[in-house]
Design a protein around this ligand. Structure first.
Ligand code: ATR
Length: 291
């Protein structure tokens, strides 16, 4: 039932998600339903790709206008761009590629972090009833990122970009040092967080894979260390309620689920693909139906 909504014609804009494996991706459901709902003549395909460069050379027709990139191709995708936005360049990976209409150049973006940052800002604003026009609620806040892999980099850059003071805490300390230096933050060893007492109102972000299935009973930080944080975000989204988030709720922190990152990233990407405002409620529904 994915593509039976309309015939594909000469004007249909083709999009897809490039990855390997790709069968599990919810994105085709999400974008096909949302393209249809706003009357956008587009289609979105799951693309099982071995070699990004070969793929792009083969499918170079002007109708192929937008791609999402997922594991393991985010880095190769970046290498195939004609131009890359500064944050994607700094992160070293893209999550989205758009073919520029006027000259066909391939433009790379990393919008994963935008989704996560938007979800965290929404969590903070919801708590304070703040007005979105009054600037980022992350400004000046202590922003502790656990993990220094792809997602850790994205969140650390995102936090720094919003004016937060970033700490990068990682199991492999050298990687924390490297990333902290790049974002103007401070490094820590992940284990040190157990005894670290941040100022009240600090934000804690997990980008390590700890807590992901099948290690659902694990957490990257002991519960006793959570009480100073006002908000805890977990990039892990399966399971939705990780042990980290459950324990954060038990100590009274605001919690933001990893699924919110995916949703917010989908809103941003939809707008990049179509130039139209995202049908947010529909995207929420489709995602809930396919989880
Ligand atoms: P992603 O792109 O999802 O961020 P990644 O680049 O493989 O994935 O990064 C995984 C992150 O989880 C790393 O920060 C990793 O720490 P190391 O740099 O020390 O490898 C962290 N990680 C994975 N398993 C972990 C574990 N059992 N305990 C603590 N950190 C872990």
């Amino acid at each position: 039932d994915l593509y039976n909504f309309r015939s594909i014609g000469a004007d249909t804009k083709v999009h897809g998600v490039i990855g390997k494996p790709i069968g599990h991706s919810k994105s085709p459901h999400l974008y096909n339903a949302s393209f249809k709902s706003v009357g956008f003549n587009g289609i979105y395909l799951p693309l099982l790709v071995d070699n990004v460069k070969d793929f792009l050379n083969t499918y170079s027709s002007p109708d192929f206008v937008g791609y999402s990139y997922t594991i393991p191709h985010k880095l190769d995708g970046l290498k195939c761009c004609d131009d890359v936005d500064p944050i994607a360049k700094a992160i070293g990976a893209i999550s989205c590629m758009i073919k520029r209409p006027n000259d066909g150049k391939l433009m790379g973006y990393n919008i994963d972090y935008l989704g996560a940052i938007a979800a965290i800002e929404e969590g903070l604003r919801g708590a304070n009833g703040a007005n979105p026009a009054s600037g980022s609620p992350l400004k000046g806040k202590l922003f502790v990122v656990m993990g220094a892999g792809g997602a850790g980099k994205a969140l650390a850059y995102g936090g720094a970009d919003k004016g937060a003071r970033v700490i990068v805490a990682n199991r492999t300390y050298e990687k924390a040092v490297d990333l902290a230096k790049r974002v103007g933050g401070k490094p820590m060893h992940l284990a040190e967080l157990a005894d670290f007492q941040p100022e009240d109102g600090a934000i804690l972000v997990n980008t390590t894979s700890v807590g992901m299935k099948p290690n659902v009973d694990q957490t990257p930080i002991p519960k006793k260390a959570l009480s100073c944080y006002s908000l805890v975000f977990d990039a892990v989204y399966a399971p939705k309620l990780t042990r980290l988030l459950r324990e954060a709720q038990e100590v009274g922190a605001i919690t933001v689920y990893g699924t919110e990152m995916f949703l917010n990233q989908a809103f941003v990407q939809f707008e990049k693909f179509t130039g139209l405002p995202a049908p947010k409620e529909l995207i929420r529904e489709v995602l809930a139906r396919n989880t």
